[in-house]
Write a protein that binds this ligand. Sequence first.
Ligand SMILES: [Zn+2]
Length: 376
Amino acid sequence: MFFRILTTGLLLTLVLPFVADAREQRPARQLFGYVIGPAKMKPRAIGFYTRGCMAGAVALPRTGPAWQAMRPSRNRNWGLPILVKFVEKLAREAKEKDGWPGLLVGDMAQPRGGPMLSGHRSHQLGLDADIWLTPMPDHVQSRKERETRAAVSMLAKGGLSVDPKKWSDARARLIRRAAQDSKVARIFVHPAIKKALCEFADREKTSRGWLSRVRPWWGHHYHFHVRLKCPKGMGGCKSQPAPPPGDGCGKPLDHWFAMMKPKKIKKPVKPVKRKKRKKRRALTLASLPVACRSVLAAGDPGRLARMRYGVIGDIPAPSRNPRRGSGPNLAWKQAQEKAKGSFLANLLAKLKGHSMKAGAAATVIPVADSKGNQGK
Ligand SMILES: [Zn+2]
């Protein structure tokens, strides 16, 4: 008996560090991307926008009086209460005061923040939100519409300016309204949109203070990205330095357009070997703030057990987990629905078959087919 306890103890002390280590080195996006609910703790953003997590998140309701959340299968409509309130207020005010039909809200954060399985390096603290530049339709969209409606790029052909058929002052007013809120740290838009906003401000001749918070960045031509400051007194939330003074129009923008201009390609004498870009290493749990471990482990007992016993293999890679995420999972869902449809057809066939004379019915039912379709 004594020896058994001794050997078990020895084995555990030998094995557990490895198991724990393996979890620490696992890409954090697979851990955070898998959690489906928030950590019920005091609301807190921990770390930095591109390296952190969130406790006490709340969900933006999928449908509100002046907004609708898009891509529900991604489960990214979470944020700190301050972010959710911000989005709701912006939506209401833009509708009441600017006549903007309502917001289509894109990705915010996962239920516990952290790195994501796809897209975005930031959005980890529950302080970032993507808002589409497509106005909300006048009806409550179905789940399918929210998954499939395409966002419209504001850029003209060539990508160096906004398309006047798509871009409008109404959109400029919406971004201005968001940027005027003192809780906002930065708003990211495509350089061509930033330029259009500068021109809008020139025409309006009102204060330009808000423009310093609107920063040019790649992408961001069908949506704008709002980033809030760390709430006052929230220890452990690392702020970003304030943007440089000035409206950021003119010279600072020229630099962006110089980068975007298509370069004239000279005929290469020799085929030039391209340097391989270094792949960015995925963030691991060990590379996130320590407090993110308790955020990850909070509440969910099943998950706690897995973490305590260090079972690694039971956590399916969420990119392949059909209940979560976007791309492949949407395809999975559609396949499921299709399968359901054929299941109904089978059932109908079955019922019809029963009404027919016995014998004929058996040949009508391709049950194996409906099973075979599932999961594809
Ligand atoms: Zn974003």
